[in-house]
Design a protein around this ligand. Structure first.
Ligand code: HPA
Length: 273
């Protein structure tokens, strides 16, 4: 069932492509979809056209795949992702990652907008994700394991590839960008956190918090893909500043850092093997 759906999506996408297969997958978070506009000779495929793909609903998220070249690399980008809080199952949220893997993608770059828990961060900072904490109370791998896709009990000890982290750090240095580093906490949303929840997450070792990424990274690890994660700290998390959080603020900040973000990601992609 699952394999059939993956293969039907894969076949449909391959039929649209005249060029070589993609090697690097990109998942572009809230306000960060602009990166897909940098892709050369793009083939754009709306999610709605792809068999078995869910369709995204949040403003600030487009719903399409953009496939082409970036810095000479063959990439496939998700301009807009699926969120658990939209009501999709964990399997639906992560379905595109499985399709990417079926298409031949071995390295996945995931991005998101996140609230800063670490008080030394500032809105507009970019943070290299060194690890995550799954606080979503669910896991996309619950259920019978599909052995063709990966092992029953996947290792997550290097969920974010050390090798790719090194590449990202050296790229940041090269362009004089102060790249923060830390642990991403995945919550379900759609509510932002309370001040007390943020205090709790800080004592647990979290540096940033968001409502995505964790499911996709779990499935990518299951599939044996190498993952690199970058968060845009779009706001300080609840309770740090004396002001309410809003989605508009998140989008505004991501727009402000778009240049740094594009520069960093392009540089990283150029250096990915
Ligand atoms: N909390 C959760 N998710 C988020 C935040 C936040 O503060 N900012 C952007 N996504």
């Amino acid at each position: 069932m699952m394999m059939e759906q993956i293969n039907e999506s894969k076949t449909y996408i391959e039929e649209q492509l005249s060029t070589t297969k993609p090697d690097i997958g990109l998942i572009l978070g809230s306000g960060l979809g602009i990166l897909a506009d940098e892709i050369e000779n793009p083939k754009v495929i709306p999610y709605a056209d792809i068999p078995h793909f869910p369709t995204s609903t949040v403003s600030g998220h487009k719903g399409q795949l953009v496939i082409g070249t970036l810095q000479g690399q063959h990439v496939i980008a998700m301009q807009g992702r699926f969120h658990y809080y939209e009501g999709y199952s964990m399997q639906q949220v992560t379905f595109p990652v499985r399709v990417m893997k079926a298409l031949g993608v071995e390295q996945l770059l995931v991005t998101n907008a996140a609230g800063g828990i670490n008080e030394s961060f500032n809105p507009g900072d970019l943070m290299l994700i060194s690890d995550h904490i799954n606080m979503m109370g669910d896991n996309p791998l619950i259920g019978p394991n599909v052995d063709e896709l990966g092992p029953r009990f996947p290792d997550m000890s290097q969920a974010y590839s050390n090798e790719l982290m090194k590449v990202a750090k050296s790229c940041a240095q090269e362009i004089n960008l102060n790249l923060q580093e830390g642990v991403y906490v995945g919550n379900t949303g759609p509510t932002y956190e309370t001040g007390s929840e943020i205090k709790l997450l800080r004592t647990l070792g979290g540096d940033a918090v968001g409502m995505s990424t964790v499911p996709e990274v779990i499935v990518a690890n299951h599939a044996g893909m190498k993952v690199l994660g970058i968060s845009c700290i779009s706001n300080m998390a609840a309770g740090i500043l004396d002001q309410p959080l809003s989605h508009d603020e998140v989008i505004e900040t991501t727009e402000k850092v778009r240049e740094d973000f594009i520069k960093l990601v392009k540089n990283v992609i150029k250096k990915m093997a």
